[in-house]
Design a protein around this ligand. Structure first.
Ligand code: SF4
Length: 656
């Protein structure tokens, strides 16, 4: 029987049509179906175990078999008072497992634990000004609403209260080493969290998870006052509708829209070779009447930073060729560089005319370059935010910086991979040693420092705040480190004071937006896309880097590569994206797939490195695997900073 479970309900919340493709193996699916990696990505395993320790003495319903789980739960519920982990309930075709359930007489507390941070105080912090659940919290709140509905129908007569248990950003750990209390072990292929022996509630210190009652919101969803998803149906009718379609294996045809851009039911080339079906193509063929040829045309979906996608698609204007100047807001151009709207137009025009010539504003770049001082420094960080903190005084999901790479370019054009830092030591908060090492790299001159996008500035601001609250007895050099951070950054809004450093880093991403576009980038400005676009645009780079000069000590010294030729071509003669020349960090999945496990857009780019870090911290790993991951991380980060050098080198050569 195909139950409407929590995970299927979550899929239906994204798009009802997906329910149909999700259960059919004949459809391609780009989402990683790996609960272990999913949990590792956002700290789910450990938060779940910590939550149970806050409600000790419960019984675990371990079996995966639905009927056995239901029967074990029913037996346990015969107790007057009982705590159950993973209790199972069903009503009609609906089935749930509740993370933590506390029964006291005829009252039940239903607690859903989420590895997600919360910096509010009560349910009102989930609502917007009009009293509706804010978009980012909707999947979590609806998940609890679904569970409360099933439980109340399965067990009428109980007083049920529903809670979300979340990582509390207002709380700080009061003990050291908390995050090492929940290692993950591999038992006969089954990954499990084991709790450190003899761990008592007192060892956990002050609670860092918070339990928020969400009944008032759920009541509004169940009575229809905050259920706008389906105007014509109540929440209960919608669940009936979904489960009936699921049971009968009937597809629900929903409207297409901007959500389809990230749809997982698209085919890769390998999927096509394996004759898998594309749910995405079936949707667009049915709803927009697309022919095979239409899928090759530039679509509204692919325009960079464009807010009108849903409107245009609902009007039947699916192609970039359908976009008119009136559809773009035409923000005023305040200078020489491209405004965001001009850049959108540039993309649309180049795509519609299939114009493959790169756009490079040489004059604008030349002006920018006048303000740069040699030696030039290119830096990139790998960071993470672990659910459970390393040390006392730190908050859940506190930012942690564990790796950087640094390339230096001299005035004569010579390039060197100058330095790197990687700290994977288990249970050790790495950020202060990280910033010391970075200072040692950059403090010797006044050269311009380049970053790619906001990440480096954001994390230096985070370390600034951590240093501010650090004890001077433990971090004797905190004042020097703070001065260094203020020198090379600007304040980002989450610090007490505000500043713009005299060596404030230059954001190469912003320069790309203002001065460079190549059709090969499509609607993305990620460095993994801008790098191959630059290599394709530059004959100079192609000639220079087809030689194995990178990692040759006398030419371009590198700390992790030896005699590497970065220009390599496939059978058709196309330049291979240098990122594809590196082995992926996770053996089974490529780095892009791993990034899809992270919900936060800003950190997606570093998703693979974050996963590797979590593995090193919490799972068993032999020496060989440890070495492999360390080497892969070092190479990966080195390529990130070398990619920035290559983009600069392309521009510098064109400017002359
Ligand atoms: S293509 Fe769009 S409508 Fe179809 S399943 Fe994907 S997201 Fe839903």
């Amino acid at each position: 029987m195909s139950y409407l479970t929590k995970s299927r309900f979550k899929i239906a919340l994204e798009c009802e049509t997906k329910l149909y493709y999700n259960d059919d193996p004949l459809y391609a699916n780009q989402k990683i179906d790996d609960p272990f990696l999913e949990s590792l990505a956002e700290g789910g395993y450990q938060v779940g175990e910590l939550a149970k320790l806050y409600f000790p003495g419960g019984f675990q319903v371990d079996t995966r078999n639905h009927q056995e789980a239901l029967s074990q739960t029913n037996s346990l519920l015969k107790n007057e008072n009982v705590i159950i982990y993973e209790a199972a309930f069903n009503f009609k075709n609906l089935f749930i497992r509740a993370d933590i359930l506390i029964k006291e007489g005829d009252s039940i507390q239903l607690i859903e634990v989420k590895a997600k941070s919360f910096d509010g105080h009560d349910y009102r912090d989930f609502l917007n000004k009009s009293g509706k659940v804010v978009t980012g919290w909707r999947p979590y709140i609806f998940d609890v609403a679904f569970q409360k509905y099933v439980l109340s129908m399965a067990k009428p007569g109980f007083q049920i209260n529903a809670y979300l248990m979340l990582a509390d950003k207002n709380s700080k750990a009061s003990v050291d080493g908390l995050n090492q209390c929940f290692p993950i072990v591999n038992k006969n292929g089954d990954k499990k969290v084991i709790i450190k022996e003899n761990l008592s509630k007192a060892d956990l210190g002050k609670e860092i998870l918070t339990k928020i009652n969400v009944d008032p919101i759920i009541d509004n969803i169940l009575d229809g006052s905050d259920f706008v998803e389906k105007d014509e149906m109540s929440f209960e009718e919608w669940l009936d509708f979904l489960s009936a379609r699921l049971k009968n294996k009937e597809r629900i045809w929903t409207d297409i829209g901007k959500k389809c851009k990230a749809c997982e039911f698209k085919c890769t080339e390998t999927d096509n070779t394996n004759n898998l079906k594309s749910g995405y193509e079936e949707c667009w063929t049915r709803r927009a009447g697309f022919s095979k040829e239409d899928f090759k045309k530039p679509l509204v979906l692919d325009v960079w930073d464009f807010r009108q996608k849903d409107r245009l698609i609902s009007e039947g204007r699916y192609f970039m060729a359908d976009i008119t100047p009136d559809d773009i807001s035409n923000e005023a151009n305040t200078g020489e560089a491209l405004s965001k709207d001009e850049r959108k137009w540039l993309q649309i025009e180049k795509a519609v005319n299939d114009d493959k010539t790169p756009y490079l504003d040489i004059k604008g770049l030349a002006e920018e370059m006048k303000g740069w001082n040699y030696p030039l420094h290119f830096i990139d960080f790998e960071t993470t935010a672990l659910a459970i903190p390393f040390n006392k005084g730190l908050r859940p999901y506190e930012g942690v910086a564990f790796q950087f790479s640094h390339h230096q370019v001299e005035h004569d054009g010579s390039i060197k991979h100058k330095g790197q830092y990687l700290n994977l030591e288990r249970g050790k908060f790495p950020s202060f040693n990280f910033i010391r090492a970075l200072k040692a790299e950059l403090e010797h001159d006044e050269g311009t420092i380049f970053r790619y996008h906001n990440h480096e500035n954001t994390y230096l601001n985070i370390i600034y705040n951590q240093l501010k609250s650090a004890d001077k007895k433990e971090v004797a050099d905190k004042d020097e480190l703070i001065r260094f951070i203020k020198d090379i950054t600007h304040s980002g809004g989450k610090t007490e004071d505000s500043w713009i450093g005299k060596r404030d880093m230059v954001d190469l991403y912003q320069l790309v937006i203002k001065y460079f576009y190549n059709l090969k980038m499509g609607g993305s400005n990620s460095i993994k896309v801008v790098l191959p676009a630059s290599l394709n645009a530059s004959e100079y780079l192609q000639q220079k880097y087809k030689q194995p000069i990178y990692g040759n000590h006398d030419l371009i010294p590198s700390l992790n590569f030896e005699k590497m030729a970065w220009i390599q071509r496939d059978k058709e003669g196309h330049i291979i994206n240098p990122y594809n020349l590196l082995p992926p960090l996770e053996k089974k999945y490529d780095d892009e797939e791993l990034s899809s496990l992270f919900s936060d857009l800003e950190i997606k780019e570093g998703g693979a490195a974050m996963m590797a870090y979590a593995r090193m911290q919490f799972t068993e790993m032999n020496e060989e695997e440890t070495k492999r991951i360390q080497q892969a991380l070092l190479r990966y980060c080195e390529l990130d900073t070398f990619a920035m050098v290559l983009i600069w080198e392309y521009w510098a050569n064109e400017v002359g």
